[in-house]
Design a protein around this ligand. Structure first.
Ligand code: SAM
Ligand code: SF4
Ligand code: SF4
Length: 337
């Protein structure tokens, strides 16, 4: 049986950040003023190697992990990523591998990723209008190549492609309906995400959050939608279908309707720290025991089991309450979304 935390939540999913670097500077994630040329990104030797990630993942699989999500930073800026996917796909017990990407490098890599064993892809796209998108990614990257990345993934067999749009007031809420219009009647599933207070650099304020209810109403006013049953317990997105049969959308209400009680996700940062919550202040160093020749896999398993058994994170449920922990939090680009 999978290892359980203090609230009985099993360890089932592992998000692996393969790099803290990115070719975008999305204003809500890696603002240029902070993540500039002097930012202390990790050196190569600090990153876990593919062999180290694979060994750790095998240990996690032994503890109950079945699903992996590869993320970052931008995972496709890590060289030879398909090699890692292939190594992970061969681990006993791993049933599903997903990649989260900004899709800028997806057209040239989609087929190799699928051949290596990738099962699914989530593409982040925060606007369908070029000017809005360029202002969000802050590196002048146009929408066209991202759409090409989505099509490349689809042609390579990664269907349906999920498209994630973070909605932030004053940034792109005017794109809620145009994005719906673009992705209606396509096989891809658009998912809207409430802007979260991850890390310390994105200047988050509750007023900037466009809530799930507001997003739902904005779409429903143009094309009526109705709720769908979740695909499985613990699914983070609430599903809706267009009543005219034009497909489905998802809304992820991490702020207004948190889902900590079903959170089965562990996160492995690129230099080998284990985080038990997206909003954690500190991670548990797994790289030191991993690089210590005297520590075997069973001992690694014991360390991870010990961390998970003590897990009591439920930050999103506490965020707006008086008990909310006021703390330094890890950056999204560091731990992976
Ligand atoms: N670079 C890849 C990408 O953008 O898909 C993977 C890493 S990125 C950190 C993962 C996801 O986190 C993206 O969909 C991004 O939009 C989302 N994200 C980053 N900061 C966020 C925030 N403050 N609130 C909500 N989502 C956020
Ligand atoms: Fe890079 Fe993804 Fe963060 Fe944008 S959201 S800056 S693409 S890591
Ligand atoms: Fe999981 Fe932490 Fe997010 Fe709650 S706040 S859903 S515990 S990652």
């Amino acid at each position: 049986m999978a290892t359980q935390d203090i609230f009985g939540r099993p360890l089932q999913d592992l998000r692996i950040s393969v790099t803290d670097r990115c070719n975008f500077r999305c204003v809500y994630c890696m603002p240029k003023e902070i993540f500039g040329s002097h930012y202390p990104f990790l050196a190569r030797r600090e990153l876990l190697t593919f062999e180290e990630i694979t060994r750790l993942t095998r240990v996690f699989a032994g503890l109950g992990v079945r699903k992996l999500r590869i993320t970052g930073g931008e995972p496709l800026v890590r060289k030879d990523l398909p090699e890692l996917i292939e190594m992970l796909a061969n681990i006993d017990g791993i049933e599903d591998i997903t990649l989260t990407t900004n899709a800028s490098l997806l057209p040239q890599h989609a087929q190799a990723l699928v051949d290596a064993g990738l099962n699914r892809v989530t593409v982040s796209l925060d606007a369908i209008d070029d000017d809005v998108f360029k202002a969000v990614n802050d590196v002048n990257w146009p929408v066209g190549p991202v759409l090409e990345g989505i099509e490349a993934a689809s042609e390579a067999g990664l269907n349906p492609v999920k498209v994630n749009m973070v909605v932030k007031r004053g940034m792109n809420e005017g794109q809620i309906v145009p994005m719906a219009e673009y992705f209606r009647k396509t096989p891809h599933i658009l998912r809207y995400i409430e802007f979260m207070d991850v890390g310390n650099s994105n200047g988050w304020r509750l007023d900037d959050v466009v809530t799930a209810a507001q997003i739902r109403d904005a779409i429903d006013a143009v094309w009526p939608i109705e709720p769908l049953e979740p695909n499985y317990t613990g699914e983070v997105a609430s599903r809706y279908r267009y009543t005219d049969g034009a497909g489905e959308i998802g809304i992820i209400s991490s702020v207004s309707e948190p889902f900590c009680s079903t959170c089965t996700r562990a996160r492995l940062a690129s230099q080998g720290q284990l985080f038990t919550c997206l909003f954690a202040g500190r991670g548990f160093d797994l790289r030191t025991p991993l690089r210590d020749d005297s520590v075997d896999d069973e001992q690694l398993a014991e360390i991870i089991r010990g961390v998970w058994r003590q897990r009591e994170d439920r930050y999103s449920e506490q965020r707006t309450s008086e008990t909310a922990p006021l703390q330094w939090k890890v950056e999204m680009s560091h731990v992976g979304g």
